[in-house]
Design a protein around this ligand. Structure first.
Ligand code: C2E
Ligand code: CA
Ligand code: CA
Length: 712
């Protein structure tokens, strides 16, 4: 069992005192052993001694460890040789040889000097204790009078082995307990059976080695095979443990190990002050790489990312892959928060360097979220949640690094919980469409409907799109959501067609969808599947977000229009598109954003804006729709301004398919149009002020109907 990392910030007096005690004791032992060697003559076979010593040093240089791990769990087959030497020639050469072997290995591993001395020193003390036990049993082997191991020495040997092992557990357990502020008992019992069984299996071979060495040392190499098997078994069991805690693709720690390490580090910090940071990292647009270049390339990109992150942090910091393209870094021993930001920025900068794979350059970017202990959480779950929120904030603002900020954490719990459930909802068909009517202001007739997604959640009830569409976009779920909604809208459209209702159905698509590979083809395929006239479909795209990636977006829009689909620019007025841009876009409709519409009654400026949008649209031969029409006053003003169509609570609320069908049937021009049926109040259930709005709606639709009737 090997030990001890950094000096603790609390309890360091005890820690140093203990180190000094170990240094003192082991130096004394080493000194006396060295003197004994200098004054002693080696009796017995020199060949046996040299062979055992060589094997001792060689095997110490190769301690038992899983491949890829750098910190051995302190079991080494060299103990068999050490013990064999001690059983024959006494503790002096064993102590010196073991000290030299261990310290050379640790120095080669570039450990701190005090760590080297502690580890090598405590083993010297353990050997000293074992020799003392042999002594009690009357066994006093020495260089001058080597001991011939016999059956009668077995009890002494077992006692010495047990004491050696216990001393090792206690000496190391004690320093770990000071550092972690835990109990010695807790440190000893940790992995007790693994250490005990492997150590004992190794030591058990030492009497055999001793007997063979004394009788015919040339046969010592024969014993290497069983020793090697012990070594191999221990390595394999460590290897298995490694695999359970590591990600196979990148070799990084997995979620389980990250959780365990974070908990360990935080436990330590309950007793010693200090700060810890958890950084979560998610690659931007990794899905595109997988989709366009294939999974094998995606995997290699992840491996490169893993090694770059590792290079960007200190060797002691834990880097983990949590799945997919999500990584985490645990930084400990932080002295100030600025360091965390530096590390995060450095990781991002390193990832930003294009990756060259077989001549193809892959550009990467990442969003990183930082959570600090203790400010943003005092256990792994809380830190992880905070870092996740921060990462979400970073991503929403276009990538980069964000530190957790409680102010931006509005209902984050709900949001994070929702993500997992959203995936299932898409598969289980829990996302459905509501339909909100659009009427012609000139005739009052229903010209179409806008399909609006709703999530029927088992416990939360109806979840609105603003609460989950951004999540779907960030998590790469959006293409599946949109495909399924377009399919539903088409099925409904076909059903209305069959009932003789010719309605244009507007479906909202996010710009993310538009930029998704093969979107236009998928839309055409869906139209063909349901045998729908493309002219019956309008895709609504938010103006502001389209401008963010205008060129690519415009290209896909052109493909869609070529297949006969109509495009509407949603939330128009919020994106400041110029006339030039507007002319380049193949759209047929502008939807004036509700923020302007709702204010035209009160604000002259807004009325002017709406008026100019109407004029502009008409100059470009586009239809203008006003959305968010809530009052008669607004409706009348829109009509006066020459707006073509209106949509809003005043006209009709978003309704499920069945209710919408009934509503439309009753509002068709040839039916008893707009003589608002009494159940309208029921149709509007679900809206906040259902009754008042229903009353106004009844009034306005009656007014619109009256106007429509008096028109030529
Ligand atoms: P949007 O496209 O601007 O949709 C209009 C929103 O205004 C809808 O909110 C609608 O219910 C609401 N609304 C309708 N009449 C009135 C009114 O008189 N007053 C007020 N204040 N609001 C009214 P909803 O359904 O919550 O949708 C919000 C946004 O979510 C939509 O804004 C759209 O951007 C997005 N969305 C909805 N469904 C989908 C979808 O299927 N796919 C995508 N990508 N986005 C969707
Ligand atoms: Ca819309
Ligand atoms: Ca809108």
């Amino acid at each position: 069992m090997a030990s001890a990392e950094e000096p603790p910030s609390r309890g360091w007096v005890l820690w140093w005192a203990y180190l000094l005690l170990i240094f003192g004791l082991s130096s004394t032992l080493l000194g006396t052993s060295a003197v004994a060697i200098v004054h002693g003559h080696l009796d017995g076979s020199a060949g046996a001694f040299v062979l055992l010593a060589v094997f001792l040093v060689l095997s110490e240089l190769r301690p038992v460890m899983a491949s890829g791990s750098y910190d051995p769990d302190g079991v080494s087959v060299s103990t068999a040789f050490v013990f064999a030497i001690m059983l024959i020639w006494g503790p002096a050469p064993a102590i010196v040889l073991q000290f030299v072997a261990i310290s050379s290995r640790e120095l080669l591993m570039r450990k701190q000097w005090w760590r080297v001395f502690f580890n090598a020193g405590q083993y010297a003390i353990c050997l000293g204790a074992a020799a003392f036990v042999l002594n009690i049993f009357g066994l006093q082997p020495a260089m001058r009078h080597p001991h011939l191991f016999t059956a009668g020495s077995s009890v002494a040997f077992v006692a010495a082995a047990v004491v050696y092992h216990l001393a090792n557990l206690l000496l190391v357990g004690f320093i770990l307990s000071i550092r972690k502020g835990s109990t010695v008992w807790a440190e000893i019992t940790d992995e007790f059976w693994y250490y005990t069984s492997t150590t004992m299996a190794v030591i058990a071979l030492s009497p055999v080695l001793a007997v063979v060495a004394m009788h015919s040392w040339q046969m010592i190499p024969l014993l290497l095979l069983p020793l090697f098997l012990v070594y191999k078994t221990a390595s394999i069991s460590l290897e298995r443990e490694q695999q359970a805690l590591h990600d196979a693709l990148t070799g990084l720690a997995n979620r389980k190990l990250l959780l365990a390490s974070t908990s360990d580090v935080l436990d330590d910090l309950q007793l010693n002050d200090g700060r810890v940071a958890l950084i979560l990292l998610d690659l931007d647009r990794f899905k595109d790489i997988n989709d366009t270049l294939g999974h094998p390339v995606g995997d290699r990109v992840l491996q490169v990312v893993a090694s770059r992150i590792k290079e960007a942090v200190r060797p002691g910091d834990l880097v983990a892959r949590l799945g997919g393209d999500e990584f985490a870094v645990l930084l400990r021993g932080l002295h100030d928060d600025a360091t965390v930001n530096e590390v995060a920025e450095r990781i991002r900068a390193w990832l930003h360097e294009p990756i060259s794979l077989d001549g193809t350059l892959v550009d990467l970017d990442a969003s990183l979220g930082i959570a600090l202990f203790p400010d943003h959480g005092d256990d792994f779950d809380q830190l992880h949640r905070s870092a996740d929120v921060a990462m979400y904030v970073a991503k929403a603002s276009g990538g980069g690094v964000a530190v957790y900020d409680a102010d931006k954490d509005t209902n984050s719990l709900a949001r994070l919980g929702l993500l997992g459930e959203l995936r299932q909802a898409v598969d289980s068909g829990a996302l459905g469409l509501y339909y909100q009517p659009k009427i012609s202001l000139a005739t009052g007739e229903v010209v179409g409907v806008e399909a609006l997604v709703r999530w029927q959640h088992p416990t939360l009830g109806l979840v609105m799109p603003d609460d989950f569409i951004p999540l779907a976009e960030l998590s790469g779920l959006m293409p599946r959501v949109t495909d399924s909604l377009i399919d539903q809208a088409h099925a409904q459209s076909a059903a209305w067609d069959a009932d003789g209702l010719r309605l244009v159905v507007a479906v909202n698509v996010s710009v993310r969808d538009l930029l998704d590979h093969g979107f236009a083809e998928r839309v055409s395929a869906a139209l063909a599947r349901h045998a729908i006239d493309p002219a019956g479909l309008i895709l609504e795209i938010t103006e502001r977000r389209l401008l963010a990636d205008f060129e690519r977006g415009a290209k896909v829009l052109a493909e869609l229009v070529a297949s006969g689909v109509h495009i509407s620019l949603d939330d128009f007025g919020t994106g400041y598109s110029s006339l030039t841009l507007l002319k380049q876009l193949p759209v047929c409709e502008l939807k004036i954003d509700q923020s302007f519409v709702s204010r035209i009654g009160e604000s002259e400026a807004d009325a002017t804006i709406v008026g100019s949008i109407v004029e502009l649209a008409h100059a470009l031969d586009l239809t203008v729709v006003a959305e968010g029409v809530e009052t008669i006053d607004v409706l009348e003003r829109l009509e006066a301004l020459g707006c073509d169509q209106a949509q809003g609570w005043l006209v009709g609320l978003p309704m499920n398919a069945e209710t919408a069908s009934g509503w439309i049937a009753q509002h068709q021009p040839d039916a008893t149009r707009f003589a608002v049926p009494r159940q309208d109040a029921r149709l509007r259930v679900g809206a906040a002020t259902a009754t008042t709005r229903a009353t106004t709606a009844a009034a306005i639709t009656t007014a619109a109907a009256a106007r429509a009737r008096t028109r030529p």
